[in-house]
Design a protein around this ligand. Structure first.
Ligand code: SF4
Length: 309
């Protein structure tokens, strides 16, 4: 049994560090920034956009979008048929956790069996135990979860504090759905490397308006975000696309491995590291740089051209 599956854990302590007010994975979108560290609420955004990354959403062997969606649909349907009684709900969670066994890519990062699809049309990811969840009649069952109801209510991931508000808004406007959104919004170093490079290219901080309503920018942003799923330079011993982002020093992303001929880190080293990278040749580094540079160039050129008009 892993440390985080055996009672109060480092992760739950990390969750409990943030005491800024009520939040919940099934809450309707709240007023922007109300009581939220960093001023922009990241967890539940609108009917189709939400995140469940801290509940281990992506910590599964099969975490591609289609399989994750199918799994959540099946789980949500099964939950709807489960009586809202402590024993039945506990058994529901126990069976799912048992089926997952010890095959999680990041051992000790709990995958919550009560993550499902929420909202009137089940269009976003969230907590099936939330009092506003379908069939719960206002009863808060979150105390049955691994971390308990309090941790679920008060935890905010590091991205809330570490990302610039405009960057958060840009990700929310461009991610196009909960899958990609939750996958990247916790990647503060990846996003800082990317948005930092764009800001360097345009010579000023990005604003939400720079990319709003621009389908070319949205498509370039998604191209970059998808690298989390398609990155070909991630070695087999680095799990992906899951991200262990808790500030508990339990796990850090290993440094990028460069070929011996390379005397210093590449300019996109922070991005490479966040993606999990090992290079065997200099040609591979050039190839990887091209993948990063392309969306950066598209977006910065669009912004520059617009400001010259
Ligand atoms: S990982 Fe961050 S943004 Fe996502 S649900 Fe948890 S606290 Fe919210």
């Amino acid at each position: 049994m892993s440390p985080m599956q055996s009672g109060p854990s480092v992760c739950s302590r990390a969750k409990a560090q943030h005491r800024t007010g009520e939040k919940g994975a099934a809450c309707p979108p709240r007023p922007p920034g109300a009581g939220v560290p960093g001023g922009v609420y990241l967890c539940q955004v609108d009917d189709g956009l939400s995140c469940g990354a801290c509940c281990g959403l992506y910590n599964l062997q099969e975490a591609d979008e289609d399989r994750l969606l199918q799994m959540l649909q099946q789980r949500t349907e099964a939950f709807a048929l489960t009586p809202r009684q402590i024993e039945a709900l506990t058994e529901f969670g126990r069976k799912i956790t048992e089926r997952l066994g010890d095959r999680l890519p990041v051992s000790g990062f709990h995958h919550c069996p009560f993550l499902g699809l929420i909202g009137e049309d089940r269009t976003r990811v969230g907590c099936l135990l939330h009092p506003l969840g379908q069939g719960n009649d206002g009863v808060d069952f979150r105390g049955l979860s691994h971390y308990g109801g309090m941790a679920c209510r008060i935890y905010f991931c590091p991205s809330h504090e570490s990302l610039a508000p405009a960057w958060k808004k840009i990700v929310q406007k461009s991610a196009g759905g909960w899958y990609l959104y939750g996958l990247v919004i916790t990647e503060d170093k990846l996003l800082a490397g990317f948005f930092g490079a764009i800001e360097e290219a345009i010579g000023r901080p990005l604003t939400e308006e720079d990319v709003a309503e621009d389908p070319v920018c949205a498509s370039a942003l998604q191209e970059f975000f998808r690298l989390k799923c398609t990155w070909p330079h991630r070695p087999a011993d680095i799990p992906g696309p899951v991200n262990y982002f808790f500030n508990d020093r339990q796990r850090t992303r290993p440094a990028v491995v460069y070929p011996p001929s390379c005397s210093r880190p590449a300019p996109y080293d922070a991005i490479f590291r966040a993606l999990g990278t090992a290079f065997e040749t200099e040609a591979a580094i050039r190839e990887a740089e091209g993948r990063i540079r392309r969306p950066i160039s598209i977006i910065s050129e669009r912004i520059r051209n617009r400001s010259q008009r």
